[in-house]
Write a protein that binds this ligand. Sequence first.
Ligand SMILES: [Zn+2]
Length: 137
Amino acid sequence: MNNYRKIYLSYHPELKGKIPKGYIIHHIDGNRKNNDISNLKMMTKLEHDRLHNCGKKRIFTEEWKNNMSKAHLGKEPHNKGKKTNEETKIKISEANKGKIPWNKGKKGIYSEETLKKISDTLRGNKNAANTTKPDSI
Ligand SMILES: [Zn+2]
């Protein structure tokens, strides 16, 4: 076990047979069976973790992306359909709501008096056109 450590240590007598605390022997080519001294590198555990986590992260990210896009592809039509239905429902109900208050509002805004005034004005304009002329003359 940990043959590569022994190999590394045998090439680094200054370490006195001990990998310093917090340090680790890393296989440069990622092949743990390749215990050639040229493939062994001592680095801090932090560096090593970062190195390996980066690789994992990249793979993970791609996997994650794929999963996400798959999930998205699966979800989107589902949500879109739901949304469309909900939106359509809302729009319909809003349109229905809108139609009634719009008419109601009109009736409300233009009270019967106002409507009379309006219709009077419309009529009155015609009449006015007829009546003002003789009046002004
Ligand atoms: Zn490593």
